[in-house]
Design a protein around this ligand. Structure first.
Ligand code: SF4
Length: 372
C-alpha cells in the first residue's frame, strides 16, 4: 500500500502522497432537516469519518448548510450535481466541493464547460477549499460519450483527464478525482487506466450504487482489494443502501476493509456477479420518498427466485440521477415522490404507486427469465 500521488489539503486533513486513506460518507437525511442531518454527521464522526458529504440543490439547502456549519466542526464536502451555480454560495461553509463533469452542460448553456470550470476553480481558490472531479458511469459528459462511442471506460477516463488538465492550466492542484461505476471490475479498469495516465492525482475510490448488505460490501471489496494494494486510492467511500439509523456502517465498513487489506485478509468470492445483480444507490438528501430503502429491500427479497440468472436490476432513489443510472440495467426502478418509474434498459415502461410496483417488476422479470 502507499500512494505516490501528490498531497492535497482538505482543511487540516491531508489526502494523497502516502497519507492514511481518508474514509468518507454522505448524509442521507434531508439537508433542510438540520437536526437529523447534524445527528447523522455526529454518528458518522463517532465511527471515524474523515469527511462528510452533503447534497445541496437549492437556496433553502444553502441556508440549512449555514446552520449545520455553525453547529459542527466536521469536514464538510458539498455535492453539486446539476446545481453547480450554487458553488459560490456554499463555498464559505465547506472544505471541499464535488462537481460532476457530466452535469455541467445542463445549466447556463451560453457558457462553455471551460468557463464554468474556471468559475468553480476561482471560487475554490478564493475560499482555500479543495475540489473533487467526480465522474460517474451513468452521467458521463455527452461530448466524451460521442468521441469515444462504444468505449465507455475510455470516455470516463478521458473526461477525468481532460478536467485535470483544465485545472492544471488554471494552476489549481488541490483536487482529487473519482471514477465510479456500479460494476467493481469496471471501477478497477477505469482507476488503473487513470492512475497510469495521471499518477500524480489523488484518487477517491468507490463502487457506486453497490447496494444492500452484504452484496454492497462484497462488490466494494472486489474493487478495493485489487486497487489499494497497487497503491491506487487515497480516500474511499463504501456506498451502501442502509436506513438512516444505520448509515454509520459505511464508515465502519470503510475502516474494516482498509484494515483487512493492510493485514492481507482478502475476501475471495469467485462466483460473485455470475447471477442476479441488484444495484441500488446509497440514498442522499435527494430521496423524495423514505420508502426507497424499504423498496430496495423488498426487491431483493422478491427477486430471490431468479438469483441464478445473469441479470441486473437497478433501484435508484431519485429523479436527479435515477433516470440515467438505470439505463444499463436489464430492469430499472427510480423513485419519485409518489410513484416509481419502471424501465427495461433505457425504455420507460411507466410509473406506478409504491404499493403497485413489485408485481409489475415481477412480471417483467418473469419474461426475462423465461426468455433465457
Ligand atoms: S440516485 Fe439520487 S438519491 Fe440516490 S444517491 Fe444518487 S442522487 Fe442521491
Amino acid at each position: 500500500m502507499g500512494s505516490k500521488t501528490r498531497k492535497i489539503q482538505v482543511r487540516d486533513l491531508t489526502i494523497g502522497g502516502g497519507a492514511p486513506i481518508a474514509v468518507q460518507s454522505m448524509c442521507a437525511t434531508h439537508t433542510q432537516d438540520i437536526d437529523a442531518t447534524l445527528k447523522q454527521i455526529a454518528d458518522l464522526e463517532a465511527k471515524g469519518a474523515d469527511l462528510i458529504r452533503i447534497a445541496i440543490d437549492n437556496a433553502k439547502d444553502v441556508e440549512a448548510l449555514k446552520q449545520i456549519r455553525k453547529a459542527t466542526k466536521a469536514r464538510l464536502v458539498v455535492d453539486l450535481q446539476e446545481n453547480f451555480p450554487l458553488a459560490e454560495s456554499v463555498a464559505p461553509y465547506v472544505d471541499k466541493i464535488r462537481y460532476n463533469p457530466g452535469h455541467l452542460h445542463h445549466l447556463d448553456k451560453s457558457k462553455s464547460i471551460q468557463e464554468k470550470v474556471a468559475w468553480i476553480v476561482s471560487i475554490a481558490k478564493t475560499h482555500g477549499i479543495a475540489l473533487r472531479i467526480g465522474v460517474n458511469c451513468g452521467s458521463v459528459a455527452p461530448e466524451f460519450l460521442e468521441r469515444y462511442a462504444g468505449n465507455h471506460v475510455k470516455a470516463i477516463v478521458e473526461s477525468a483527464a481532460w478536467h485535470c488538465e483544465l485545472l492544471d492550466q488554471m494552476h489549481f492542484t488541490n483536487y482529487v478525482v473519482s471514477l465510479k461505476d456500479s460494476d467493481p471490475q469496471k471501477v478497477v479498469i477505469c482507476n488503473k487506466e487513470f492512475s497510469i495516465r495521471r499518477p500524480d492525482v489523488p484518487i477517491h475510490l468507490g463502487v457506486t450504487e453497490a447496494g444492500l448488505l452484504p452484496d454492497g460490501v462484497i462488490k466494494t471489496r472486489i474493487a478495493f482489494e485489487q486497487l489499494i494494494p497497487a497503491g491506487i486510492g487515497d480516500t474511499i467511500r463504501v456506498s451502501l443502501t442502509l436506513p438512516n439509523s444505520e448509515k454509520h456502517q459505511e464508515i465502519t465498513w470503510g475502516h474494516k476493509i482498509i484494515d483487512d487489506i493492510k493485514e492481507g485478509r482478502f475476501v475471495s468470492v469467485p462466483d460473485f456477479g455470475k447471477g442476479l445483480n441488484i444495484i441500488s444507490c446509497p440514498s442522499c438528501s435527494r430521496v423524495e420518498n423514505g420508502d426507497f430503502v424499504k423498496l430496495a429491500m423488498e426487491v431483493k427479497e422478491m427477486t430471490a427466485y431468479a438469483k441464478d440468472n445473469k441479470l441486473t436490476i437497478a433501484v435508484m432513489g431519485c429523479r436527479v440521477n435515477g433516470p440515467g443510472e438505470t439505463d444499463d440495467a436489464d430492469l430499472g426502478l427510480w423513485c419519485g415522490p409518489n410513484t416509481v418509474t419502471v424501465k427495461r434498459k433505457s425504455e420507460t415502461l411507466g410509473s406506478f404507486r409504491y404499493n403497485e410496483v413489485l408485481p409489475i417488476l415481477k412480471k417483467e422479470l418473469d419474461q426475462l427469465v423465461l426468455a433465457r
